[in-house]
Design a protein around this ligand. Structure first.
Ligand SMILES: Cc1cc2nc3c(=O)[nH]c(=O)nc-3n(C[C@H](O)[C@H](O)[C@H](O)COP(=O)(O)O)c2cc1C
Length: 512
């Protein structure tokens, strides 16, 4: 099988149907739930500063009035990592407590790890090198040296990687999909945290093998085979420019010596060969590159950006009786993920939005794709323009449909609206290569993180929905063959807060 056949086959095999969900062991083996925090033994540790008291710009200013770039130093790197991948909340019921983070993650399992590579000693407390970030301890672990001053002094790199096993434990064969969505959430979290400091983020175009070597993930003897960790993206973080880094400089950054071995996350493992094969097919010998970022923004929130990031939580239940939102709020939410050149659009079930009739709508993130969509979706749809980029396809009450499609989850029907992220699929993957399969998930995850933040900034709530019946949604949309596929669902409304949960300080374990 070619790599492209492998990813297309994986996609088919991991669809959920009414009567058959994708393969998994079918129960949760609590005794072997993977530990959520990667640690490297025998590494020197560099505690970071907790930055809850730092001033950050208003949320709305992130997009309209960027702050002057802050210097890269111990203080700002501490903030950058805390407000992207750090802990945001700790909840408890009785003797049980759990942490929640700035970046959303399916099942709160957090497969995404992050690394920082700096070549300037003054960027982090008189030390340069490659470091792993531990969000629980808010601490860096030094895993390798780097040559000094090889990058410009306004630049450092971030590596985003995934431990598939954390998601496999719960989701079985569908876990690869969740893991990639989570990587997209992490990417947007880094972008937002960078904006708070006036920094730029660019996904570097580079070979997968070179990217994994930069962060030592190719030194397999340091890892546990069943808990493989794979590089997803390398981000260039810069104070000013987004200048490309010369490929020779990137190669010169690769260290031959990496120290530290990883901790074991679970003592017994499930094995799903299909996941290893889709991971290899969609990454090995391929060139990582970026996808279109968001170009429009209309939020007027007066909340500080750190408050929005820290307050973002997934709704467990939506309040059907308070679900109505205004048309302005609705359009603000969708416009916050507007862009051009994207292959990901939004099929929206409007349940309760003032001035917009209930029904099925299409939000085109790129209006130029209208003809292509018309050719590939149900021919009887109305395509009646209701607002910029928004088309009514069919009037009706879609609450029951959206709930059924979202694995019978009421969060989909009890909010103001829910949506499916509709991606240009088979032809696109055949043209772009197997890595495109991952990139579509990354883009969807990144849209999800932005929608979560936008909803929070409007005092609304949201939840990502990875459990959905793929082909039920496709047949409702009348998708021709596999021209388009939905890769992520999402719901927005007003949450019912579970008053039984107690809120603790997210870093109570560090500051008590
Ligand atoms: C990719 C993805 C898929 C998710 N799927 C579901 C879902 O199907 N149902 C649900 O109730 N929550 C879902 N969630 C929400 C997570 O359970 C939630 O993010 C996690 O528990 C962490 O909580 P937090 O978002 O408040 O930090 C999903 C989240 C992500 C990022």
């Amino acid at each position: 099988m070619t790599n492209i056949d492998t990813v297309l086959d994986y996609h088919e095999q991991t669809k959920h149907y009414y009567r058959r969900y994708a393969r998994s062991i079918g129960y949760l083996d609590w005794a072997n739930k993977p530990y959520a925090y990667r640690e490297y033994t025998n590494t020197s540790k560099l505690p970071l500063k907790l930055c809850f008291d730092n001033e950050t710009p208003l949320y709305k200013e992130l997009f309209t009035d960027p702050v002057d770039a802050k210097d890269i130093n111990y203080e700002t790197i501490s903030q950058f990592l805390q407000f992207s991948m750090g802990l945001a909340a700790k909840k408890s019921t009785g003797s049980d407590s759990w942490e929640l983070r700035c970046n959303a993650s399916s099942g709160n399992l957090h497969p995404t790890e992050s690394y920082i590579l700096t070549t300037h000693e003054d960027q982090i407390n008189a030390s340069c090198g490659v470091f792993h970030y531990n969000p629980y301890k808010h601490e860096l672990e030094r895993v390798a040296d780097t040559p000094t001053a090889l990058l410009e002094n306004d630049t450092f790199l971030i590596g985003i990687s995934s431990i598939l096993y954390r998601e496999i434990w719960k989701y079985g064969e569908r876990a690869f999909r969740y893991t990639q969505l989570d990587a997209g959430h992490a990417l947007r979290s880094f972008e937002i945290s960078a904006l708070m400091l006036g920094w730029n983020v660019k996904v570097l175009e580079m070979q997968h093998e070179e990217a994994e070597a930069l962060f030592g993930l190719n030194h397999k003897d340091r890892f546990i085979a069943q808990e493989r960790e794979d590089i997803d993206m390398v981000l260039q973080i810069s104070m000013m420019s987004q200048k490309s880094i010369n490929p020779e400089i990137l190669s010169g950054l690769i260290s031959n010596v990496f120290v530290g071995k990883v901790n074991l996350l679970a003592s017994e493992h499930q094995s799903w060969e299909l996941i290893d094969s889709v991971e290899d097919a969609s990454s090995k010998a391929q060139t990582i590159s970026s996808f279109p970022s968001f170009s429009q923004h209309t939020s007027n929130s007066e909340q500080s950006s750190k408050d929005v990031v820290l307050k973002r939580r997934s709704a467990q239940m939506m309040d059907l009786h308070r679900s109505q939102i205004s048309k302005t709020q609705f359009l603000t939410l969708l416009n916050s993920v507007g862009t051009t050149g994207s292959k990901v659009h939004l099929a929206v079930f409007i349940n309760n939005v003032e001035e917009l009739e209930s029904g099925l709508y299409l939000y085109l993130r790129d209006e130029e794709k209208l003809t292509h969509l018309k050719e590939n979706l149900r021919s009887t749809f109305l395509y009646q323009k209701s607002a910029p980029n928004l088309y009514l396809l069919e009037l009706g009450d879609y609450k029951q449909n959206s709930k059924n499609i979202s694995c019978s989850q009421e969060i989909a029907s009890d909010g103001a609206f829910s949506l499916g992220m509709l991606c240009e699929f088979e032809e696109n993957i055949k043209l772009s290569g197997a890595l495109e399969y991952k990139k579509l998930y990354w883009e969807c995850g990144s849209i999800g993180q932005q929608l979560y933040l936008e909803a929070t900034s409007l005092s609304l709530s949201a939840t990502g929905i990875g459990c959905f019946l793929d082909d039920a949604m496709h047949s409702l949309l009348g998708v021709k063959e596999r021209s388009y596929q939905v890769l992520y669902h999402f719901t927005i409304g007003r949450a019912i807060v579970d008053m039984r949960l107690q809120n603790l300080h997210p870093y109570s374990h560090l500051i008590s």
